[in-house]
Structures are given as C-alpha cells and as structure tokens.
Ligand binder design. Structure first.
Ligand SMILES: NC(=O)c1ccc[n+]([C@@H]2O[C@H](COP(=O)([O-])OP(=O)(O)OC[C@H]3O[C@@H](n4cnc5c(N)ncnc54)[C@H](O)[C@@H]3O)[C@@H](O)[C@H]2O)c1
Length: 341
C-alpha cells in the first residue's frame, strides 16, 4: 500500500487525534493543515500538550505557514472555506471542522483532489464508510466524498447489524452518554451551533453550563445509523445526555428482538462479530468492572460491556457499549485512508 499525502481541514479534537494516530502508525503522511486559527504556534502548542491524551514526545513548533513535528514539515493555511484552500499538495482531504458549509463544498474539492473524508454524518456524501457495517461495499474509485459518520453510529451500527441478522429487531431505544464538546459553554448561555457558526441552536438546554449538569438532548445517532443500515429504518428511537466528563462515551441500547434468544446465544453472536473483524478494531468485548476513563485511548469503535447484557423474557435485550469518542473514532478515519490505495 502506498503512502498517501493527507490534508486536514480543522485542527481541533478530531484533527489533532488523527494527527497523533498518523504519527504513531507512520503509514500516511500529514502534509497540509488548514484551520481558521491564525496562530500556527498555538496549533503547535495544542498538538504538543493535550489535557486528555497527555504530552506528545515529538518536538512540535509552529510559525506562520509551517508546523514542524521533529523533522516533518507541514504546510499550514488559514482559510474559512474548504474550497478556498490550495490542496494541490495532497492526495486526500479530511474535513474535520464540523462546519456545514465545508461539507457542502466537499464534492467540488473531491473533483480536484480525488477524495474527501468527512468526519460527520453527511447527506451529500457518495458513501458512508463504517467498519463492521459497510466497508465491503466501499469502492474508492466511485466514492469520492466519503462520510466516516459519527462516533456514536460507528459504535452502535456493527452491533445492531449483527443482532438484527441473528435475531431480528422489532424496535428499540438507544440512549447515548456523550462527553462535553468544544462548542458548549462553561457557564449558562446560548447554545452555539458548530455546524452553522454564529447561529444559536434551538435546543436551549445544550447552552447550560457543561461541567455542572447532565444535559438531556436530541441526537442524530439513529438517523446516522439508518444511513448505514437502511434495513433498520423506523425501528429505533434515541436520546442523549451530554455528561460532565472530557472524553469516552457510552451507549445504552434496549432492543426488542423478533426471535426469542438466550444470553448465551447473544454472547455467541457478539463473539462471532468480534472474531470476524480481521485486523480491524471494530469491536472488543469485556466483562471487567471498569468505568469510562478506563477506556480512554482505546482504539476500538466500541467495547461491549457484557456485565450489563440482560434479557427480559427472551426478547427484551439491553446492551451497553463504551467508546473513546475521539481516539476510537479517529482510528477508524485513519483506517479509512488504508482503503483508498
Ligand atoms: N469530538 C468528538 O467526539 C467527535 C467524534 C466524531 C466526530 N466528530 C466530528 O468531527 C468534527 C470536528 O469536531 P471536533 O470535536 O474536532 O471540533 P473542534 O471544535 O475541536 O475542532 C474544530 C476545528 O476546526 C477549526 N475550524 C472551525 N471552523 C473552521 C473553518 N471554517 N475552516 C477551517 N477551520 C475551522 C477550529 O478552529 C477547530 O480547530 C465535527 O463534525 C464533529 O461532529 C467529533
């Protein structure tokens, strides 16, 4: 497999996690970063010192148009529009700003560059690539704008797919517990939109102090899953809590199965899913008595916590998953690069 030259649009939590994973794996090379933060030294600082993942051992400096990581020089630009950036030095662009306008420009950029990966559920994408669910249908020659979906959906979809195939799913609820995100407030205020900068989100509770409360909110996890698994359309409903922790999410699923099952049969099916993933780190299974922070830095899309696997009357199933919403997700984005060449 040849090395790809990677361009990154957005050097935030996901952009920097991808950068760290690229540095660890050394399979592809980051050559260009674009971020509206005009201070390249600040981008270098944020990569070097990370409250969640710790200090990077590499020497990192930034000045004007260059970010230097040890002896690796990365071009830095500061455009607000994805399509304004001169991407001629890259083979693939990863759009990781979360800004809707940039997602809409992905098709025109892909026509110039080759491929754009969008780190979000993206209706205008040619394909949604989720390991353990859709990767066998991925055609890198045909699919040029590729959504890598959202962290919650890449965790849930492989498990839902496996359970549906084995037992059928009549209906169910998904509740996710998601750490705070960069656009939330420290103190009560308007709920700022990441997708539409300058706009206020109409779900006012999301503007409440993020460190002081569990904030119930709507989530797009089911609509994102339906894009990956059209066969579950209309069967699941969902909600989420933003929780006052910096990283690692959980999903609590209550599924009503079509066929009656035993816990041993469900475990056997989940074990078969784990065994079928090959080299990819889609699913891990554990029964260790752990808490969210113990999954920090785990590079699987999800970890199934079998301590909480319960059946009620043979058809009502509860499954609890954990996932590092930054590191696990970004690891799959880097895996996606491997499929491009
Ligand atoms: N954080 C997560 O847990 C997570 C998980 C999966 C997917 N995602 C998705 O990844 C995307 C980024 O999320 P994040 O958490 O890294 O956000 P973030 O706020 O940490 O990072 C966004 C970065 O983009 C930059 N930026 C903003 N507008 C820009 C523009 N117009 N042009 C160039 N740069 C711009 C910001 O300066 C910032 O550095 C979102 O779509 C999000 O939904 C996030």
């Amino acid at each position: 497999m040849s090395e790809l030259r990677v361009g990154l649009n957005g050097f935030g939590r996901i952009g920097r996690a991808i950068t760290r994973i690229l540095l660890q794996r050394r399979g592809h090379r980051l050559v260009h970063v674009n971020d509206i933060n005009q201070d390249t030294a600040n981008l270098a600082y944020l990569l070097k010192y990370d409250t969640t993942y710790g200090r990077l051992s590499e020497n990192v400096t930034g000045s004007e148009d260059t970010l230097t990581i040890d002896d690796q020089r990365i071009r830095v630009t500061h455009h607000a529009d994805l399509s304004e950036v001169d991407w001629r030095d890259v083979d693939v662009v990863i759009e990781a700003t979360g800004v809707s306008r940039n997602e809409q420009q992905a098709q025109s950029v892909a026509a110039r560059v080759g491929t754009v990966l969008v780190t979000h559920a993206c209706p205008s994408a040619d394909f949604t690539l989720v390991f353990g669910a859709t990767e066998t249908q991925f055609d890198p020659k045909k699919h040029r704008v590729v959504s890598t979906s959202i962290c919650d959906a890449i965790a849930i979809a492989p498990v839902v797919k496996a359970l549906r195939e084995a037992f059928g799913i009549e209906c169910g609820f998904v509740t996710t517990l998601h750490p705070w995100l960069s656009y939330q407030n420290l103190m009560d205020g308007p709920a700022r939109s990441q997708a539409y900068p300058g706009n206020v989100y109409s779900h006012y509770p999301l503007g409440r102090a993020s460190i002081g409360a569990l904030i119930p909110k709507p989530t797009t996890v089911v609509s994102a899953c339906e894009r990956i698994l059209p066969e579950i359309a209309g069967k699941l409903r969902c909600m989420s809590y933003r929780v006052p922790t910096p990283c690692v999410s959980s999903a609590d699923m209550s599924l009503h199965l079509e066929a009656s099952a035993t816990e041993a049969q469900v475990l056997e099916r989940l074990e078969a899913l784990r065994a079928s993933q090959g080299a990819r780190k889609v699913v891990r299974i554990t029964d260790e008595p752990l808490v969210s922070v113990d999954y920090l830095g785990d590079d699987h899309s999800c970890i199934i916590d079998t301590r909480w696997l319960m059946l009620n009357g043979g058809r009502q199933l509860k499954v609890v998953l954990w996932y590092d919403n930054e590191w696990g997700y970004s690891s799959r984005v880097v895996d996606a690069l491997d499929l491009l060449r």
